[in-house]
Ligand binder design. Structure first.
Ligand code: GLV
Length: 342
Protein backbone atom coordinates (compact mmCIF):
# COMPACT_ATOMS: atom_id res chain seq x y z
CA UNK A 1 0.00 0.00 0.00
CA UNK A 2 2.82 2.36 0.96
CA UNK A 3 4.55 1.51 -2.33
CA UNK A 4 1.29 2.19 -4.21
CA UNK A 5 0.90 5.58 -2.51
CA UNK A 6 4.49 6.41 -3.32
CA UNK A 7 3.87 5.60 -6.99
CA UNK A 8 0.66 7.65 -7.09
CA UNK A 9 2.53 10.54 -5.48
CA UNK A 10 5.34 10.25 -8.05
CA UNK A 11 2.89 10.14 -10.97
CA UNK A 12 1.06 13.13 -9.53
CA UNK A 13 4.37 15.01 -9.29
CA UNK A 14 5.27 14.06 -12.86
CA UNK A 15 1.96 15.49 -14.05
CA UNK A 16 3.13 18.81 -12.67
CA UNK A 17 6.35 18.77 -14.63
CA UNK A 18 6.33 20.63 -17.94
CA UNK A 19 5.78 18.38 -20.93
CA UNK A 20 8.37 17.86 -23.66
CA UNK A 21 7.58 16.00 -26.85
CA UNK A 22 10.34 13.66 -28.04
CA UNK A 23 9.83 12.13 -31.49
CA UNK A 24 12.70 9.68 -31.45
CA UNK A 25 15.05 8.68 -28.61
CA UNK A 26 18.19 10.81 -28.85
CA UNK A 27 21.43 8.77 -28.66
CA UNK A 28 22.10 10.40 -25.30
CA UNK A 29 19.21 8.38 -23.83
CA UNK A 30 21.27 5.23 -24.32
CA UNK A 31 23.86 6.67 -21.95
CA UNK A 32 21.74 8.48 -19.37
CA UNK A 33 18.24 7.02 -19.82
CA UNK A 34 15.36 9.45 -19.20
CA UNK A 35 17.44 11.01 -16.45
CA UNK A 36 19.21 13.24 -18.92
CA UNK A 37 16.15 15.47 -18.76
CA UNK A 38 15.49 16.39 -15.16
CA UNK A 39 12.18 17.76 -13.96
CA UNK A 40 10.33 17.31 -17.22
CA UNK A 41 7.65 14.89 -18.34
CA UNK A 42 8.63 13.24 -21.61
CA UNK A 43 5.98 12.50 -24.18
CA UNK A 44 7.67 9.70 -26.14
CA UNK A 45 6.15 9.42 -29.60
CA UNK A 46 8.04 6.21 -30.45
CA UNK A 47 6.41 4.32 -27.58
CA UNK A 48 2.92 4.85 -29.01
CA UNK A 49 1.25 2.20 -31.17
CA UNK A 50 -0.42 4.98 -33.15
CA UNK A 51 0.88 6.36 -36.42
CA UNK A 52 2.85 9.54 -35.71
CA UNK A 53 0.31 11.89 -37.32
CA UNK A 54 -2.47 10.48 -35.14
CA UNK A 55 -0.32 10.60 -32.02
CA UNK A 56 0.60 14.23 -32.67
CA UNK A 57 -3.02 15.17 -33.41
CA UNK A 58 -4.07 13.82 -29.99
CA UNK A 59 -1.42 15.91 -28.23
CA UNK A 60 -1.62 18.90 -30.57
CA UNK A 61 -3.03 21.35 -28.05
CA UNK A 62 -0.69 20.58 -25.16
CA UNK A 63 2.72 20.33 -26.85
CA UNK A 64 4.63 23.59 -26.45
CA UNK A 65 8.16 22.25 -26.45
CA UNK A 66 9.93 19.63 -28.52
CA UNK A 67 13.31 17.92 -28.16
CA UNK A 68 14.94 17.06 -31.48
CA UNK A 69 17.50 14.27 -31.37
CA UNK A 70 19.59 15.89 -34.03
CA UNK A 71 18.83 14.13 -37.28
CA UNK A 72 15.03 13.67 -37.21
CA UNK A 73 13.67 15.90 -40.01
CA UNK A 74 11.49 18.65 -38.59
CA UNK A 75 9.29 19.51 -41.54
CA UNK A 76 6.30 21.73 -42.22
CA UNK A 77 4.12 18.62 -41.75
CA UNK A 78 5.25 18.29 -38.12
CA UNK A 79 4.66 21.99 -37.73
CA UNK A 80 1.14 21.71 -39.14
CA UNK A 81 0.32 19.01 -36.58
CA UNK A 82 1.63 21.00 -33.61
CA UNK A 83 -0.18 24.36 -33.57
CA UNK A 84 0.84 25.11 -29.95
CA UNK A 85 4.55 24.51 -30.50
CA UNK A 86 6.72 27.37 -29.28
CA UNK A 87 10.17 25.86 -28.79
CA UNK A 88 12.47 23.30 -30.40
CA UNK A 89 15.67 22.30 -28.61
CA UNK A 90 17.98 20.21 -30.76
CA UNK A 91 20.87 18.18 -29.35
CA UNK A 92 22.92 18.91 -32.47
CA UNK A 93 25.03 21.84 -33.49
CA UNK A 94 23.90 21.45 -37.10
CA UNK A 95 20.46 22.67 -38.13
CA UNK A 96 20.05 21.16 -41.57
CA UNK A 97 17.37 18.71 -40.33
CA UNK A 98 15.07 21.62 -39.46
CA UNK A 99 13.05 23.61 -41.97
CA UNK A 100 14.51 26.67 -40.33
CA UNK A 101 12.84 29.35 -42.46
CA UNK A 102 9.36 27.91 -41.88
CA UNK A 103 9.85 27.37 -38.13
CA UNK A 104 11.20 30.87 -37.71
CA UNK A 105 8.42 32.31 -39.87
CA UNK A 106 5.97 30.71 -37.45
CA UNK A 107 7.83 32.38 -34.56
CA UNK A 108 9.02 29.12 -33.01
CA UNK A 109 12.18 29.59 -30.95
CA UNK A 110 15.03 27.21 -31.69
CA UNK A 111 17.96 26.36 -29.44
CA UNK A 112 20.82 24.11 -30.52
CA UNK A 113 23.94 22.68 -28.91
CA UNK A 114 25.58 26.11 -29.20
CA UNK A 115 29.32 25.74 -28.87
CA UNK A 116 29.41 22.74 -26.52
CA UNK A 117 30.97 20.56 -29.24
CA UNK A 118 33.25 23.16 -30.84
CA UNK A 119 36.46 22.18 -29.04
CA UNK A 120 35.95 18.48 -29.77
CA UNK A 121 35.17 19.08 -33.44
CA UNK A 122 38.22 21.33 -33.77
CA UNK A 123 40.44 18.68 -32.11
CA UNK A 124 39.16 16.12 -34.59
CA UNK A 125 39.74 18.45 -37.56
CA UNK A 126 43.34 19.00 -36.48
CA UNK A 127 43.77 15.25 -35.85
CA UNK A 128 42.47 14.40 -39.32
CA UNK A 129 44.71 17.03 -40.90
CA UNK A 130 47.86 15.79 -39.15
CA UNK A 131 46.90 12.21 -40.02
CA UNK A 132 46.48 13.06 -43.72
CA UNK A 133 49.71 15.08 -43.89
CA UNK A 134 51.91 12.73 -41.85
CA UNK A 135 50.12 9.54 -43.00
CA UNK A 136 49.60 8.24 -39.46
CA UNK A 137 46.77 5.80 -40.22
CA UNK A 138 48.49 4.59 -43.38
CA UNK A 139 51.76 4.11 -41.47
CA UNK A 140 49.87 2.18 -38.77
CA UNK A 141 48.50 -0.18 -41.44
CA UNK A 142 51.99 -0.51 -42.91
CA UNK A 143 53.46 -1.63 -39.60
CA UNK A 144 50.56 -3.94 -38.66
CA UNK A 145 50.67 -5.61 -42.06
CA UNK A 146 54.39 -6.29 -41.49
CA UNK A 147 55.30 -4.39 -44.63
CA UNK A 148 58.20 -2.54 -42.99
CA UNK A 149 60.58 -5.52 -43.02
CA UNK A 150 59.68 -6.53 -46.56
CA UNK A 151 58.88 -3.29 -48.42
CA UNK A 152 61.31 -1.07 -46.52
CA UNK A 153 61.02 2.58 -45.60
CA UNK A 154 57.53 4.13 -45.50
CA UNK A 155 57.06 7.27 -47.67
CA UNK A 156 57.62 10.63 -45.99
CA UNK A 157 54.70 12.81 -44.93
CA UNK A 158 54.37 16.56 -45.32
CA UNK A 159 55.14 19.23 -42.68
CA UNK A 160 52.21 20.79 -40.80
CA UNK A 161 53.81 24.00 -39.61
CA UNK A 162 53.97 26.79 -42.18
CA UNK A 163 51.02 25.34 -44.11
CA UNK A 164 48.44 27.87 -45.31
CA UNK A 165 45.19 26.64 -43.80
CA UNK A 166 41.96 27.89 -45.35
CA UNK A 167 39.04 27.58 -42.96
CA UNK A 168 35.62 27.46 -44.61
CA UNK A 169 33.10 28.89 -42.14
CA UNK A 170 34.47 30.94 -39.26
CA UNK A 171 31.98 30.30 -36.47
CA UNK A 172 32.98 28.86 -33.12
CA UNK A 173 34.31 25.61 -34.64
CA UNK A 174 36.35 27.43 -37.29
CA UNK A 175 37.74 29.77 -34.64
CA UNK A 176 38.78 26.84 -32.41
CA UNK A 177 40.52 25.23 -35.40
CA UNK A 178 42.35 28.50 -36.11
CA UNK A 179 43.54 28.78 -32.51
CA UNK A 180 44.97 25.26 -32.56
CA UNK A 181 46.64 25.48 -35.95
CA UNK A 182 48.09 28.92 -35.32
CA UNK A 183 49.80 27.38 -32.30
CA UNK A 184 51.24 24.75 -34.68
CA UNK A 185 52.82 27.47 -36.82
CA UNK A 186 50.28 27.45 -39.65
CA UNK A 187 49.11 30.53 -41.54
CA UNK A 188 45.37 30.94 -41.12
CA UNK A 189 43.04 32.26 -43.80
CA UNK A 190 39.28 31.98 -43.80
CA UNK A 191 36.19 32.29 -45.89
CA UNK A 192 33.13 33.99 -44.51
CA UNK A 193 30.38 36.21 -45.77
CA UNK A 194 31.38 38.77 -43.18
CA UNK A 195 34.91 39.71 -42.19
CA UNK A 196 35.42 39.08 -38.48
CA UNK A 197 36.69 42.24 -36.78
CA UNK A 198 38.20 40.28 -33.86
CA UNK A 199 40.87 38.49 -35.94
CA UNK A 200 43.51 39.72 -38.36
CA UNK A 201 43.61 36.60 -40.56
CA UNK A 202 42.96 37.30 -44.25
CA UNK A 203 39.27 36.86 -45.11
CA UNK A 204 38.10 35.70 -48.54
CA UNK A 205 34.45 36.13 -49.46
CA UNK A 206 34.85 33.43 -52.10
CA UNK A 207 35.88 29.81 -51.44
CA UNK A 208 37.63 29.51 -54.83
CA UNK A 209 39.97 32.37 -53.98
CA UNK A 210 40.51 30.89 -50.53
CA UNK A 211 41.49 27.54 -52.08
CA UNK A 212 43.86 29.22 -54.56
CA UNK A 213 45.71 30.78 -51.62
CA UNK A 214 45.68 27.74 -49.29
CA UNK A 215 47.57 24.45 -48.97
CA UNK A 216 44.71 22.77 -47.11
CA UNK A 217 41.03 23.50 -46.60
CA UNK A 218 39.12 22.69 -43.42
CA UNK A 219 35.36 22.67 -43.88
CA UNK A 220 33.70 23.89 -40.68
CA UNK A 221 30.49 25.39 -42.00
CA UNK A 222 26.95 24.08 -41.81
CA UNK A 223 24.85 22.69 -44.64
CA UNK A 224 22.43 25.05 -46.37
CA UNK A 225 21.23 25.51 -49.94
CA UNK A 226 24.15 27.91 -50.37
CA UNK A 227 26.82 25.51 -49.07
CA UNK A 228 25.56 22.31 -50.76
CA UNK A 229 28.46 21.11 -53.00
CA UNK A 230 30.31 24.35 -52.22
CA UNK A 231 33.55 22.36 -52.36
CA UNK A 232 33.49 21.17 -55.97
CA UNK A 233 36.06 20.14 -58.55
CA UNK A 234 37.02 23.77 -59.33
CA UNK A 235 37.82 24.35 -55.66
CA UNK A 236 39.81 21.10 -55.51
CA UNK A 237 41.81 22.03 -58.62
CA UNK A 238 42.49 25.48 -57.17
CA UNK A 239 43.85 23.79 -54.04
CA UNK A 240 46.15 21.69 -56.17
CA UNK A 241 47.87 18.29 -56.35
CA UNK A 242 49.50 18.61 -52.93
CA UNK A 243 46.35 20.04 -51.36
CA UNK A 244 44.23 18.35 -48.71
CA UNK A 245 40.63 18.76 -47.62
CA UNK A 246 39.30 18.04 -44.13
CA UNK A 247 35.53 17.96 -43.69
CA UNK A 248 33.99 18.16 -40.21
CA UNK A 249 30.93 20.13 -41.37
CA UNK A 250 28.37 18.06 -43.28
CA UNK A 251 28.98 15.52 -46.04
CA UNK A 252 27.02 17.24 -48.84
CA UNK A 253 29.09 20.43 -48.54
CA UNK A 254 31.77 18.52 -50.48
CA UNK A 255 30.88 17.03 -53.86
CA UNK A 256 31.88 13.46 -52.97
CA UNK A 257 31.93 12.17 -56.56
CA UNK A 258 34.26 14.96 -57.67
CA UNK A 259 36.38 14.50 -54.55
CA UNK A 260 36.84 10.83 -55.33
CA UNK A 261 37.69 11.63 -58.96
CA UNK A 262 40.28 14.24 -57.97
CA UNK A 263 41.87 11.91 -55.41
CA UNK A 264 42.04 8.95 -57.82
CA UNK A 265 43.45 11.10 -60.64
CA UNK A 266 46.07 12.68 -58.38
CA UNK A 267 44.56 16.16 -58.74
CA UNK A 268 44.22 16.46 -54.96
CA UNK A 269 46.74 15.24 -52.38
CA UNK A 270 44.49 13.83 -49.65
CA UNK A 271 41.35 14.10 -47.53
CA UNK A 272 40.29 13.64 -43.92
CA UNK A 273 36.55 13.02 -43.70
CA UNK A 274 34.34 12.76 -40.63
CA UNK A 275 31.14 13.30 -42.62
CA UNK A 276 29.74 11.87 -45.85
CA UNK A 277 26.98 12.54 -48.35
CA UNK A 278 24.89 9.43 -47.54
CA UNK A 279 25.77 8.39 -44.00
CA UNK A 280 26.29 5.72 -42.87
CA UNK A 281 27.13 4.61 -46.42
CA UNK A 282 30.63 5.58 -47.44
CA UNK A 283 31.76 5.09 -51.06
CA UNK A 284 33.79 1.87 -51.12
CA UNK A 285 36.33 3.43 -53.49
CA UNK A 286 37.50 5.66 -50.63
CA UNK A 287 38.55 2.54 -48.69
CA UNK A 288 41.22 1.78 -51.27
CA UNK A 289 42.94 5.18 -51.04
CA UNK A 290 45.86 5.45 -48.66
CA UNK A 291 45.81 9.26 -48.75
CA UNK A 292 42.33 9.38 -47.20
CA UNK A 293 41.50 9.18 -43.49
CA UNK A 294 37.93 8.21 -42.59
CA UNK A 295 35.93 8.70 -39.40
CA UNK A 296 32.26 7.73 -38.79
CA UNK A 297 30.80 11.18 -37.91
CA UNK A 298 32.29 11.14 -34.44
CA UNK A 299 33.90 14.58 -34.25
CA UNK A 300 31.25 16.09 -31.99
CA UNK A 301 30.92 13.52 -29.26
CA UNK A 302 33.06 12.77 -26.26
CA UNK A 303 31.61 11.78 -22.87
CA UNK A 304 32.59 15.24 -21.69
CA UNK A 305 30.79 17.06 -24.49
CA UNK A 306 27.71 14.87 -24.01
CA UNK A 307 27.57 15.92 -20.36
CA UNK A 308 27.82 19.56 -21.44
CA UNK A 309 25.11 18.97 -24.03
CA UNK A 310 22.76 17.54 -21.36
CA UNK A 311 23.25 20.63 -19.22
CA UNK A 312 22.66 22.83 -22.23
CA UNK A 313 19.42 21.02 -23.18
CA UNK A 314 18.11 21.14 -19.60
CA UNK A 315 19.10 24.79 -19.28
CA UNK A 316 17.26 25.73 -22.46
CA UNK A 317 14.04 23.98 -21.40
CA UNK A 318 14.24 25.41 -17.87
CA UNK A 319 14.74 28.89 -19.30
CA UNK A 320 11.78 28.50 -21.66
CA UNK A 321 9.37 27.24 -18.99
CA UNK A 322 10.38 30.05 -16.63
CA UNK A 323 10.20 32.75 -19.30
CA UNK A 324 13.92 33.45 -19.26
CA UNK A 325 16.23 33.91 -22.28
CA UNK A 326 17.36 30.63 -23.89
CA UNK A 327 20.97 29.57 -23.29
CA UNK A 328 21.84 28.88 -26.93
CA UNK A 329 19.21 30.43 -29.18
CA UNK A 330 19.63 30.12 -32.92
CA UNK A 331 19.72 33.61 -34.37
CA UNK A 332 16.69 34.45 -36.45
CA UNK A 333 18.60 34.43 -39.69
CA UNK A 334 20.83 32.03 -41.53
CA UNK A 335 24.55 32.67 -41.66
CA UNK A 336 27.20 30.54 -43.29
CA UNK A 337 29.70 30.54 -40.52
CA UNK A 338 29.44 27.53 -38.30
CA UNK A 339 27.75 24.20 -38.06
CA UNK A 340 25.54 25.81 -35.47
CA UNK A 341 24.77 29.15 -37.06
CA UNK A 342 25.20 28.31 -40.69
O1 GLV B 1 27.20 16.68 -36.41
C1 GLV B 1 26.73 16.82 -35.34
C2 GLV B 1 26.03 17.97 -34.89
O2 GLV B 1 25.63 18.79 -35.72
O3 GLV B 1 25.84 18.10 -33.68
Amino acid sequence: MAAHNHQVHQEHQCEEFPEILVLEPPPIMKVYGDQFLKNFRLLKAWESQLPLDEFLTIHAQSVRALLSPGRYPLTTNILRLLPSLQLVVTTSAGLDHIDLAEFQRRGIAIANAGDVYSADVADMAVGLLIDVLRKISAADRYVRNVLWPTKGEFPLGSKLSSKRVGIVGFGSIGQEVAKRLQACGCRILYCSRNKKPFVSYPCYPDVLQLAANSDVLIVCCGLTDQTHHLINKDVMLALGKEGAIVNVGRGPIVNEKELLQCLVQGELGGAGLDVFENEPDVPRELFTLNNVVLSPHRAVHTPESLTDMCENVNGNFEAFFSNKPLLSPVANKSSDDSISEK
